[in-house]
Design a protein around this ligand. Structure first.
Ligand code: GTP
Length: 447
């Protein structure tokens, strides 16, 4: 069967599924300040990398963001991307969470406007080396292509699992988060769908509506449809669902620990894709000492005696003082690291301040390097005993950490003061009168 790219006239669209405020709970408190899809990875919002990859696909006409965040939280990002990539972009807001397929069906007329040959669908909570042009070259017109990658046996059950026929790459069987082992091939959350997919989405919505009017009067909207369970599962083995297997970098980004892991890989990808985005001694003369891959926004102020890297992203208006050390961390807008402070495996929220000689440190949650195909663990923040699982440290926005303090494996909520702050003691009035009298008495008795 000819591949899509055989028609140079063909046009495409892309849809990025953002979710909404109810999602991203494992990203708190950072997700309380901004939508998770705008979390900074490699110095740019997470979905900026999706948009950049889509904009590079020949024939791409429009990128549509679908989610249930309020419009004003996305409008600046959409405007900036349109300007940067010169491509049409829109944010379409769902009236209620419609699941991973309901939004596509609800906005089908908008997606099909202009008659694209096929459209990409991407989960916003993944970060990868998108090889979209290659994926498109292997896509068969009229079918549906799912990007898959290999995981370990034990981790695979946390993802959508596909049994793939060798030779044709047809998906013979698909199960979302199976109870027992099915396959080590997992769904990466990136698809190319032919327009005929809407007939299956229509059937799935109809099943919901019928159920709603007969016995199931649950509060969930009857247009809420899940792509993985309700569309891919029944489509498997019908000679229309195919896998595109990637061996490049891919990770889910559902926790701050995963963001640090994704940040490291994104900075490494810049080495070949965008070397100009990496800080070097040449690009910042009289700048700090740089070790490995580091991104520094031009508006950041970094002391020449600070040491940064490897794998550090410094966002706009960040200040880093003399002798400070930052490693494997993300410093969000306006964060301040004062002189001689040390930040390791941490995310500093916007306008957070780390005092002099303070140490903020987390535990890396990297995949086991001895297990081939291991992915990052997206464990819950707390274990079954209610204790915090050791992970990277997250300092919420507007937090102030006192000088000479150690913060380790912690999540600090927004606008808190951590450690003893140097301030005047606030004595009760009666004690202040006694102290003032004592001082006077001392003065008079001395003269
Ligand atoms: P969890 O482990 O529970 O997070 O499940 P998952 O990994 O299967 O992810 P999920 O299916 O919840 O989400 C996959 C992607 O779809 C993410 O990028 C979400 O933001 C997005 N998504 C999920 N639900 C909705 C929805 O109702 N509307 C929209 N527009 N996007 C959604």
């Amino acid at each position: 069967m000819p591949a899509c790219d055989s028609n140079p006239e063909a046009t495409y669209k892309a849809v990025i599924l953002l979710g909404g405020p109810a999602k991203g709970t494992r990203f708190r408190p950072l997700s309380l300040d901004q939508p998770v899809p705008l979390m900074s990875i490699g110095g740019y919002p997470l979905i900026f990398h999706h948009v950049e990859a889509c904009a590079a696909v020949p024939g791409m006409r429009e990128i549509i963001l679908i989610g249930y965040y309020p419009k004003d939280q996305l409008s600046q990002f959409v405007d900036e991307c349109q300007r940067k990539f010169g491509i049409r972009m829109r944010y379409l807001q769902e009236f209620t969470p419609l699941g991973t397929a309901g939004g596509l069906y609800h906005f089908r007329d908008q997606i099909m406007l202009g008659d694209p040959a096929a459209f990409f669908v991407m989960n916003s909570d993944v970060c990868c080396d998108f090889s979209l042009a290659d994926m498109l070259a292997k896509h068969r017109p009229g079918t549906y292509t799912v990007m898959c990658t290999e995981a370990t046996r034990s981790q695979s059950v946390q993802y959508g699992c596909a049994v793939i026929r060798k030779g044709t790459d047809e998906i013979m069987h698909y199960v979302e988060k199976p109870a027992t082992f099915v396959s080590t091939m997992i769904n990466c959350g990136v698809y190319i769908l032919s327009p005929s997919i809407f007939q299956y989405l229509k059937s799935a919505v109809k099943v919901h509506k019928d159920a709603h009017f007969t016995f199931d009067l649950s509060s969930q909207c009857n247009e809420c449809v899940q792509m993985e369970q309700e569309v891919f599962q029944p489509l498997a083995s019908r000679n229309c669902l195919f896998a595109y297997v990637t061996t490049r970098f891919w990770s889910q980004v559902k926790t701050a620990g995963a963001a640090i892991y994704a940040n490291r890989h994104m900075l490494e990808l810049y080495r070949t894709s965008h070397p100009d985005r990496l800080a070097t001694a040449q690009s910042i003369p009289d700048g700090p000492k740089i070790i490995g891959n580091v991104y520094i926004h031009p508006t950041a102020t970094v002391s020449p005696t600070a040491v940064l890297g490897p794998n550090v992203s410094v966002e706009r208006f960040v200040t880093i003082g003399n002798g400070a050390r930052v490693r494997e961390s993300i410093l969000l807008q306006g964060a301040v690291v004062r002189d001689h402070a040390c930040v390791l495996f941490a995310v500093l929220g916007s306008s957070a301040t780390i005092g002099e000689w303070t140490r903020v440190e987390g535990t890396p949650t990297d995949p086991n390097p001895n297990k081939p195909f291991a992915k990052i663990e997206t464990k819950d923040l707390f274990n079954e005993k209610g204790q915090l699982n050791p992970s990277c440290t997250v300092i919420g926005s507007h937090v102030s950490v006192a000088p000479e303090t150690i913060v380790r494996n912690s999540i600090v909520l927004r606008a808190q003061r951590v450690g003893s702050q140097l301030q005047k003691p606030n004595y009760p009035v009666i004690l202040q009168i006694v102290l003032a009298t004592y001082k006077l008495w001392c003065q008079f008795s001395l003269t």
